[in-house]
Ligand binder design. Sequence first.
Ligand SMILES: C[S@@+](CC[C@H](N)C(=O)[O-])C[C@H]1O[C@@H](n2cnc3c(N)ncnc32)[C@H](O)[C@@H]1O
Length: 259
Amino acid sequence: MDTQSRLLGAQGPGPYWGNLGDWRASFDTPQLDVTQAYAEAARRLAYQHARAIDLAAPDQLLELGAGQGASLALWAELGIDSVITMDRQRARHAGSRHIACAFDAPWPALPLVDAVIAVDALYHARDFAAVLQRIGQHLMPSGRWAMTTLEINPALSGTEKRALALQLRACRIAWAGVWHGSTDIFHAAGLQISGVEDLSEAVLSGFAEAIGHRAKAVRWIDTCHPAWVKLSLTARLCRHLVNSGKVRYVLISGNAARR
Ligand SMILES: C[S@@+](CC[C@H](N)C(=O)[O-])C[C@H]1O[C@@H](n2cnc3c(N)ncnc32)[C@H](O)[C@@H]1O
């Protein structure tokens, strides 16, 4: 097991989740439960994407930034047996087609799919609009898509935006890689938005609090490990972003726009 997964309290055999998690106690409450197992929260966040687009058999799915492929078991439970995963990491899972490729680099030739999902991955893009273009090109005309990413508060002043851009860059998040609230880049990519859900509390506050809770169980020696330092810094960033109101964590979903 990789150190990050162990520190997050993962158990059993992999593949392990790597997203921030949706830390609500259940689907229909705003209440957080940061004592729940990380795998539950991570699975719930992935499930939100499927729910947003009614993912079901016989959909063919392309998942961007799929990480270790923990989501494959969830997709299988939903009856999805045709999945292509893409991640810049090599696959650690078997049983589906994996493309080791950056989602913001040119993609290899792929069949058109019914659904594209990206769980907690796209804010790592260098150019969000370019990724949307590729998604639009690889969706069937009846296709649907769902993604979570960061949305910059469009009401920020120029100075606030410049300061935030520097802060995000220090965390390797590119200014052009996040969403600035414009629907134009979706339309230009042939994508129509049907829903934008604010998950800032559930995900950003939830992760920050969950790491605070987890810290009580982590051995002192582990708190010096780079993986724990990274988790702590991510938690601190999540807390700052949600408290400052400068950034929202959003689940955006929709369908291919008929052209
Ligand atoms: C926060 S993890 C989420 C992983 C997975 N979706 C999950 O729910 O466990 C983000 C993933 O995006 C991948 N990633 C980041 N930037 C990428 C890029 N430019 N192209 C492809 N994958 C990328 C990382 O390798 C990582 O696996």
